[in-house]
Design a protein around this ligand. Structure first.
Ligand code: M6R
Length: 369
């Protein structure tokens, strides 16, 4: 059942190219437009939406954070992302023009379910992004976009996360398509990039041996920090969450720009710091800023583990370890940048003798509030 792998997690990491491709399947037509009639929310209704609110927990919440960048950029609709467990307790401002998106792999997470019930009581429409057919969250939602990751057994979410990202991009692009935005041309180009992305995920998986080696060499460490900017920030949070869950290490993700506001005090000799570097093409200001962040932490003794695009030579002098990922449009980079972090956490857990598929104190679906 583990298909020759030692752990379900390894199998599920390896299945990611297929999971991504399956989630796109049938949703892009021959002309390169999105067809999401399955949503059962009409284009007219989608044009009425004046706010998107995403609720989710854990890894699904990180997918939501990334979705915010995509939705606001492509549609110019304001988007909030909130931990489902916090949502209803703060009396959120919702009405019939708010589209609430509940993201959940299992479809049974009680915090997310309670958040969506609250949203529906306020008259909002709820769209579920879910991996489990017929589970409670899609059943109680107005609409559902299923991710097609297949069953995810390992407690630590991997392929479900990548497919949640794909589903979020589809929703963002579809909203852009039906509403018509000034990014019309860009939307077409991104749909084309998205349809090729599973091949890029495959390429990342082929180059993971140095990442595994690096992870083994860090098995005796207590702390690992993760830094990112823009969509790389939620990727950093996800990398840290994977390491906490699997390796039981102190791991924290920061927005790189926040370093100087406090976290830089944590930097000490030989502290491993993983940095997710945005593409030098496109929004290059982001790239330049993070390169100076890498220089700052390295000057203070950090051991820099740099995840950067193929061909980005500017980071080479400051990287103690360099992990290459294929060039992608900035907003899609999380689909390739997250994969090495999953492999890293899985290998560190193994090196520390931990139970990979069933980490201590955790359950696959959390059905209590
Ligand atoms: O089934 P869900 O997507 O609603 O689960 C949400 C979280 O409990 C889940 O993502 C959790 O954080 C994972 N163990 C992360 O690897």
């Amino acid at each position: 059942e583990k298909g020759g792998y030692d752990y379900f997690m390894l199998k599920e990491i390896a299945e990611q190219p297929k999971a991504v491709a399956d989630t796109l399947l049938g949703r892009i037509d021959a002309a390169g437009s999105l067809c999401l009639d399955e949503l059962r929310i009409s284009a007219a209704e989608l044009r009425e939406v004046d706010k998107v609110v995403i609720v989710a927990c854990g890894t699904a919440f990180h997918a939501g954070l990334i979705a915010k960048y995509a939705i606001e950029h492509w549609t110019r609709i304001p988007c909030e992302v909130e931990l489902a467990s916090e949502f209803r307790y703060r009396d959120p401002i919702l009405d019939s023009r708010s589209l609430v998106v509940a993201i959940s792999q299992s479809g049974e997470t009680m915090d997310t379910l309670m958040a969506l019930r609250h949203a529906r009581e306020q008259g909002s429409r709820v769209l579920a992004i879910c991996n489990t057919n017929g589970s409670t969250i899609p059943r109680e939602s107005d609409a559902v976009l299923y991710t097609h990751a297949g069953p995810e057994v390992a407690v630590a979410s991997t392929k479900a996360f990548l497919t949640q990202l794909v589903a979020c991009y589809l929703v963002a692009l579809y909203l852009g398509q039906v509403r018509g935005t000034k990014w019309g041309d860009e939307i077409g180009a991104v749909i084309r990039d998205l349809s090729k992305i599973s091949h890029e995920v495959e390429r990342v998986l082929e180059t993971m041996e140095p990442v595994r080696e690096l992870a083994r060499s860090l098995a005796g460490k207590n702390t690992v920090l993760f830094l990112g900017r823009h969509v790389g920030y939620p990727v950093a949070l996800e990398g840290a969450l994977k390491l906490k869950e699997l390796a039981y290490m102190h791991a924290e993700g920061f927005a790189a720009g926040e370093l100087k506001h406090g976290p830089i005090a944590l930097i000490e000799e030989d502290l491993p710091v993983v940095v997710v570097v945005p593409s030098p093409r496109g929004r290059s200001v982001l790239h330049d800023k993070i390169v100076s962040n890498i220089q700052e932490i390295r000057a203070r003794g950090a051991r820099t583990i740099v995840i950067a695009e193929e061909g980005d030579e500017t980071v080479v002098p400051y990287a103690d370890h360099l992990i290459r990922i294929p060039a992608t449009p900035t907003l899609l980079q999380p689909l390739v940048a997250t994969v090495p972090l999953q492999v890293f956490a899985c290998e560190l857990a193994t090196a520390r003798g931990n139970e990979v598929d069933q980490p201590r104190n955790l359950a696959k679906s959390v059905t209590v509030e």
